[in-house]
Design a protein around this ligand. Structure first.
Ligand SMILES: C[S@@+](CC[C@H](N)C(=O)[O-])C[C@H]1O[C@@H](n2cnc3c(N)ncnc32)[C@H](O)[C@@H]1O
Length: 306
């Protein structure tokens, strides 16, 4: 998770706060779904230490054991934040809840964030862009991963396209001055250090999905937990897989053609066998005729002499 935090931070030029906010001691910051609080603690290290900060999560196990004095962690759900928090925070951050919130929970969460923000406050929501099925026909591994991911999303009623819908949901909740920023990242060793970090993260995410995927029957793509993740290490894996498939198809076409050729040769040999018999008969007949002619000739000679 730290790797993921560092990779995301570096993807956005090390900016933790993308909203036009300068935090001072009159502000109060809330992070939702804080987990181990990497973002919050990183932010705390870069602003006035008197800015109070709160991190919430439904799962307290990852909360840091001894956070800085100005950060407090507590258990709460974004869909039901403490009622006394109305108009409390000047900045709210929430990142990567795509795997946690179901479709109807998104507007509910955004409404809660609107409630706990002071008038003029800012919210910063960060989610990964959706992977769309059908866009990766020439990339079999990516297509398979997306199909599995979409299967899980559907089975759990998650909002795979939340990144696309967030601006509209914010507007419907009453937010104004909505801005968005996005970055593309190549995943894998060939995407540099960040690409490698995202690949590690992606592998873990896919591994984490395996149990529910298998439970749901594999969505026609997975039959065992022993999946092969080596494609994420090899920049040419997908191209190689496509070429290999083509080679196998051509090899089986070659086998078909050779089998057909063998059948034709066998048939020619069979037909030739009959021709051979006819030729043998013709030769025998010719020899008989020859013999009889020779015999007649001998008889004629004998008669003349006598
Ligand atoms: C993928 S982690 C992201 C952690 C952190 N935001 C980050 O970017 O490093 C998602 C976190 O959201 C938490 N979460 C899930 N549902 C939640 C909810 N309804 N309210 C608050 N937190 C929630 C999970 O427990 C988990 O810690």
């Amino acid at each position: 998770m730290l790797l993921q935090h560092e990779a995301l931070k570096s993807l956005f030029e090390d900016r933790l706060v993308l909203a036009p906010v300068t935090l001072n001691q009159n502000d109060k910051v809330l992070e939702i779904g804080a987990g181990p609080g990497f973002w919050l603690m990183d932010l705390a290290a870069s602003v006035d230490p008197s800015v109070p900060m709160v991190g919430v999560d439904i799962e307290p196990r990852l909360f840091p054991a001894s956070p800085p004095k100005n950060i407090e962690f507590q258990v709460a759900s974004v869909t039901n934040l403490p009622s006394e928090w109305t108009d409390t925070f000047s900045f709210v951050h929430q990142r990567l809840l795509i795997w946690a919130l179901q479709v109807p929970q998104w507007p509910q969460a955004i409404q809660e964030i609107f409630r706990v923000l002071r008038p003029g406050g800012w919210v910063q929501l960060a989610e990964s862009a959706p992977w769309r099925e059908g866009e990766y026909a020439d990339k079999p591994y990516t297509a398979k991963m997306i199909a599995i991911y979409r299967g899980v999303v559907k089975a759990r009623n998650l909002h795979a396209d939340c990144a696309d819908d967030i601006p509209k949901m914010l507007e419907e909740a009453g937010f104004v001055d909505i801005q968005s920023e996005s970055q593309m990242q190549v995943i894998g060793k060939w995407g540099g250090e960040i690409g490698e970090a995202f690949a590690t993260n992606q592998r873990e995410a896919v591994r984490g999905m395996m149990a529910p995927v298998l439970e749901a029957g594999g969505f026609g793509h997975v039959t065992s937990e022993a999946e092969d993740y080596s494609a994420m290490e090899n920049p040419h894996a997908e191209r190689q897989a496509v070429l290999l498939e083509r080679i196998l198809k051509n090899a089986s076409k070659c086998t078909e053609t050779i089998t057909e050729l063998n059948n034709c040769i066998e048939q020619i040999i069979r037909e030739n066998a009959q021709i051979q018999t006819a030729a043998n008969l013709a030769t025998k007949y010719r020899r008989n005729v020859q013999y009889n002619l020779e015999a007649t000739k001998t008889d004629d000679t004998t008669a003349e002499q006598s």
